[in-house]
Design a protein around this ligand. Structure first.
Ligand code: SDX
Length: 379
C-alpha cells in the first residue's frame, strides 16, 4: 500500500473520468461537450444545451421540438406536492423549500430503474421540467399569491418568468434568463455535482440525488455566493465607498463573495458573458448604479489579489442580471439550481454507466487500544 497524502478539499484529485465539460482554469476556458461557452451563449439556448449535455450531441430540429414538447407536458404539479408546498414555512429560505419539494417530487413520481433507459429519461424530463415550477411556485405562495398554472406555449425561461410575475416576459427578459440558465447548467466536478455523484453512487434515485445536491449548492462558498454578492454591493452603497469597504474586508481577512475559484485563476468566462447580458439589459431597460459599484469592486479586488489568481467568478455579476429582471435576491440561488439540475442529471447518467460507490479513505491520526475507565474514576 503506497503511503497516500491527505489533500484538503480533494483539490485537483480526479473523482471521475468525464467527457461532459472541460475547464482550462489558467486560460479561462469552459466547454460543454467540446463547445466553447461563448459559442453556446451566443448561438444556442437552454433546452438545446440541456440536450447537448444529456445526449452528447446537438439535437436536430425535430429532436429539439420533441424535447421541448415533452418538457412542457410535464410541468403540472401533483396535488399532494402542491399541498406540501403550501405547508412549507413562508419565512424559510427558498433553497430549503426547493430541497424539500424535490424530495416531495420523488414521493409522487414513478419509481426509477436507472438500468432502464425509458425510466431514467422520464425522471430526467420530470426534474428538468418541474424544478423551475417548484422555484416559481414557492415564491408565489410565500408572498401570498396562489399557484399559477404553467403556460404550455412557453419554453423554460419564459414559463418561469410567467409563473413568477403572472405575465409573459419581454423578449429581452426571456433571452437573458435563457442565457443565464445555460451558463449555469454544468461545470465539471464542483461541490454540488460531486455531492450528486456520491448520492447517485449509492443507487439512490435522481430526485433524492438532486435534493441532496441542492443542499451542497446552497452554501455561501458555492451557489449561495450570488445572493451574498448583491447584498454586499447594496451594503457598499455606491462606487465611492468601495475602497473603504474593501480595506475593512481585507483587514478582517474576510472572503469577498463572487471572487476566487478552485479552478479558474483568471476571470471566469461566464462572468464575462454575464457582463454582456448586463449591458444588453441596461441598453433596453435602463441602467442601475449597482453595476458601477461592481466594476469598482472588481478593480479593487483584482488590483490587490489578481496576482493570487483571485478574479470574478460566475456569481459576481449574475445577481445584477436577476435583480434587473425583478427577481428577489434569495431566489438567485434557486435559479442556479434549476439550471444545474441539467449537469447533475448528466453526471447521474455517467455515474450509473460504470458505477462504484464512493467510499474514500482517511489517514487515521487518533489513538489505539485505550484502557476503559469507569465513570466514577473519571476526572
Ligand atoms: C461557484 O467549483 C465550481 O466550479 C463552483 C462554480 C460552479 O459553477 O459550480 O464555479 C460555482 O461556487 C463559484 C464560487 C462561488 N463562491 C464564492 O464566490 C465565495 C468566495 N470564494 C472563496 O470562498 C473561494 O475562492 C472558493 C471557495 C471559491 C475557492 O476556494 P479554495 O479553492 O479552497 O481557495 P482557498 O479558500 O483555499 O483560498 C486560497 C487563497 C487564500 O489565501 P491564503 O490563505 O493562501 O493567503 O486565496 C484567498 C484565500 O484567503 N481567497 C480569497 C478569496 N478566495 C480565495 N481571498 C479573498 N476573497 C476571496 N473570495
Amino acid at each position: 500500500m503506497t503511503t497516500q497524502e491527505f489533500v484538503p478539499g480533494l483539490a485537483g484529485v480526479p473523482a471521475a473520468e468525464s467527457a461532459i465539460s472541460y475547464i482550462d482554469g489558467a486560460a479561462g476556458i469552459l466547454e460543454y461537450r467540446g463547445y466553447r461557452i461563448e459559442t453556446l451563449s451566443e448561438k444556442s439556448n437552454f433546452e438545446e444545451v440541456a440536450w447537448l449535455l444529456l445526449k452528447g450531441k446537438l439535437p436536430t430540429r425535430a429532436e429539439l421540438e420533441q424535447f421541448r414538447t415533452e418538457l412542457r407536458a410535464r410541468r403540472d404539479l401533483a396535488a399532494p406536492l402542491l399541498t406540501l408546498m403550501r405547508a412549507l414555512p413562508r419565512e424559510g429560505h427558498p433553497m430549503n423549500a426547493l430541497q424539500a419539494s424535490l424530495a416531495g417530487l420523488g414521493m409522487v413520481s414513478p419509481k426509477v430503474d436507472y438500468r432502464d433507459a425509458d425510466s431514467s429519461w422520464e425522471a430526467i424530463l420530470r426534474l428538468l421540467a418541474i424544478t423551475p415550477v417548484l422555484v416559481a411556485t414557492f415564491e408565489r405562495l410565500r408572498r401570498g399569491d396562489d399557484y399559477l398554472a404553467p403556460d404550455p406555449e412557453l419554453n423554460t425561461a419564459a414559463n418561469f418568468l410567467w409563473m413568477l410575475n403572472g405575465e409573459r416576459p419581454k423578449p429581452i427578459a426571456e433571452r437573458t434568463l435563457d442565457c443565464a440558465l445555460l451558463l449555469h447548467a454544468e461545470h465539471t466536478m464542483n461541490a454540488s455535482t460531486f455531492a450528486a455523484r456520491v448520492v447517485a453512487s449509492t443507487e439512490a434515485d435522481p430526485y433524492t440525488m438532486c435534493s441532496s445536491a441542492v443542499g451542497a449548492l446552497f452554501g455561501p462558498l458555492h451557489g449561495g455566493a450570488n445572493e451574498r454578492v448583491l447584498q454586499a454591493l447594496e451594503s457598499i452603497g455606491g462606487k465611492q465607498n468601495v475602497d473603504a469597504w474593501f480595506a475593512k474586508k481585507r483587514a478582517s481577512k474576510g472572503k469577498i463573495m463572487g471572487f476566487g475559484h478552485r479552478v479558474y485563476k483568471t476571470k471566469d468566462p461566464r462572468a464575462i458573458t454575464l457582463q454582456r447580458l448586463v449591458r444588453e439589459l441596461f441598453g433596453e431597460l435602463g441602467t442601475t448604479p449597482i453595476y458601477d459599484t461592481a466594476l469598482a469592486l472588481e478593480k479593487a479586488v483584482v488590483g490587490a489579489l489578481g496576482d493570487k489568481g483571485i478574479y470574478p467568478n460566475v456569481d459576481f455579476f449574475s445577481g445584477i442580471v436577476y435583480q434587473k429582471l425583478g427577481i428577489p435576491t434569495d431566489v438567485f440561488t434557486p435559479i442556479f439550481a434549476m439550471a444545474r439540475v441539467t449537469g447533475w442529471l448528466t453526471h447521474w447518467q455517467d455515474q450509473m454507466k460504470h458505477n462504484r460507490i464512493f467510499r474514500p479513505g482517511q489517514i487515521y491520526i487518533g489513538k489505539h487500544d485505550q484502557p476503559w475507565v469507569p465513570i466514577e474514576e473519571r476526572g
